[in-house]
Design a protein around this ligand. Sequence first.
Ligand code: GTP
Length: 838
Amino acid sequence: MGKERIYELAKELKVESKDVLDVAKKKGMSVKNHMSSVDEQQAKELRSALGSKKAQTTSTTNNHSNNTHSQHPVRSHEPAKSSTTSSQTNGHSNQTRPHSNNGQQRPQNRSNGNNNNHRSDGQQRRNSQSGNGQVNNNHRRDNSTSTKPSTTNNNNHRFSNNGSQRANDQRTNNNDRRGQNNNSRNNAGSNNAGHQHNNSNGGRFGGSLKNNNNSKYNRNNNRFNKKNKKKNKNQRIRETNNKPVAVRKDRPLPETLIYSVGMNAQDLGKILHREPAEIVKKLFMLGVMVNQNQSLDKDTIEILAADYGIEAQEKVEVDVADIDKFFDEEEKNTDHLVSRPPVVTVMGHVDHGKTTLLDKLRHTHVTEGEAGGITQAIGAYQVKYNDKEITFLDTPGHAAFTEMRARGANITDITVLVVAADDGVMPQTVEAINHAKAAGTPIIVAVNKIDKPGANPSHVTEQLTEYGLIPEDWGGDTIFVEISAKFGKNLDELLDMILLQAEVMELKANPDQHAAGSVVEARLDKGKGSVATLLVQHGTLHVGDPIVVGNTYGRVRTMTNERGRRIKEATPSTPIEITGLSDVPEAGDRFIVFEDEKTARAAGEERAKRALVAERANTNHVTLDNLFDSLKEGEMKSVPVIIKADVQGSVEALAQSLKKIKVDGVKVDIIHTAVGAINESDVTLAEASNAIIIGFNVRPTPQAKSQADSGSVDIRLHRVIYNAIDEVESAMKGMLEPVYEEQVTGEVEVRELYKASKVGTIVGGMVTSGAITRDASIRLIRDGVVVYEGKLGSLKRFKDDVKEVKQGYELGLTIENFNDVKVNDVIESYIMKEVPVK
Ligand SMILES: Nc1nc2c(ncn2[C@@H]2O[C@H](COP(=O)(O)OP(=O)(O)OP(=O)(O)O)[C@@H](O)[C@H]2O)c(=O)[nH]1
């Protein structure tokens, strides 16, 4: 217990500070003014001296006006904090116990850590024995009793009151609102008292308690009173009764604090049902100095939780943008598995007959009821054979499509390797084998063009054994089918083999889940917007499904099969063309169906944002590490190229291939790529950037063509990707500055020297190797050291000027602007020769 100031005592005892000072001085205490302080013992003395005086005055007043608004507060409050020795005090305590024990008061007491609780328990029991009437009586009696017990009581009063006052002051300082809360809490205490004593001046009792608090607790109450001084007391009591009680502090802590990293004290306060200020304070005690809005890290939050004695658990944030994760989840979903058609990719070398085979199958083995339908080039289609479906992916077959094909192989179950029987294994045949092997897909070899006169199927088989593809007849396990795609020979056998292989593989999927799959290709259609060919790999895709495809999203607006027929749903292994996406996805992108469009949108937008960030991060920033490269790049020439193609897949493939062209000193700079015809804006862009436009399977619009002609923009149209690449490559080579290489042509040994006043030193010598020419550059070498580099002044054989002197012949020569030649020097002649670009 600390010291107390005179004015505080005066306030408490409701007397003038002067009176307290006087008494103190009389008692020999060293006090000067109202700010002087006295110790605990002295305060006790003063209280008893002044308190008894005061009490006498009060009791007199009470006798006069027992039922009026008297000075109840002082006395009615005092016993609340008192322990008792006399029966009167007991009575008094009993009636006041409910205040301290009721509602808000209890936790406050607990937090104050005083002894009242212990006492009040016992007292409560006694109180209940005496009953309400008794309480009231006690109370009434007490109102008029002497204040004798207050001597002892005051100690306790001080004890408990100091505690609460300290807490209260602190709160008031921290937060004004808190101070008010305390008021309301105190008021709540009085409210309860009010309820209990309603029949016998309970209202006044309640009010008095409040007043008591006001006088002792803090300025807030005074302020509150000032504000309301015009209102009468009853009104005030009513208001007090209606005031919402701040219950926050008393709400229990959650069992587990579920948090996210980066939460601040305010966020945590909400979860913990605690004031943010309390959390800030707690953190301060734990050595973390933060304000309410500062983000907290994982460790801090966990320490805080531990300090509160509760578990902490980090909230698992679901990254909706991670569609690969969702895809994997759908893939792992193995409920209700049913057989699905195999997905087949046809690969092989250029012109070996892939397209012919796919076209033939497409036209001969169409799904029932759809015969005669217009076949769309959607990059994938299904054929029906023996009541079973097979899905064929029409992936572009050129080596330049490597990347896409590698992606395609991921969705492929079986690879059909087409090898022309008249041509045998070629580079892209090997490449296709490697891709299929890398993807782990079984290979069925279709030896094609067996109808051709020069066909040699067994040679093909032999060649393929080198790559591990050994037919069953030869002890291997690879299926070989000899076909003629052009004439449809053995195509049924090929389909049989595919189905057989599929059966062995037990291909299954669950059609009862959200659809997931991959993009086969995508394009921008003038009328329909983004059009994507998707292959459903898991689940069933429905019209209206909210979907995220790569970095785009949307709702499946329309769904058509390869024959342009509208369908409502697509089961596993079905290729379909959909519209309704926000943007054009890329071939090989994955798609996932979401529960609702909002999440799909959020995921799609987030993915697009991340892709943009990644792309930006990829653009070269100069760092110390790449500074040298950048400087070198500064010397590089670039060929700006605009790529327009019919489908996204071709755009990608062409772009990738062009980027891969290696010509030292020149690089391809792809400034724009898009799907669709070459339009005026492409030409404008090309004009501005001095770019070449490469059109793959597309044509320029008439306006674009005339604009290009007048602006002399180079538009190159191709249908074969190789040609496009070749063309760009040669353009790049043509751009290079010629590279020259020194070539030593001959050597002359200096044997004699003649000095001529007009021409300087004349060298007589012999060509020891090669030949020396008049226009060659020369180097004078003495003892292995180059002494001079320059040009010849003259070259003679005997007296005649000559253009060249060959090995073994003597000559005479002069060196331009140089005479310091010595016998035995060697003159080396050389030329700079242009080196062809590799
Ligand atoms: N005689 C004969 N010719 C065939 C056969 N299959 C394909 N051809 C021909 O071979 C040529 C190339 O066939 P495509 O189907 O275009 O070959 P591809 O492998 O698709 O070629 P790219 O698309 O350029 O990679 C065409 O002229 C076809 O008519 C066949 O079984 N027999």
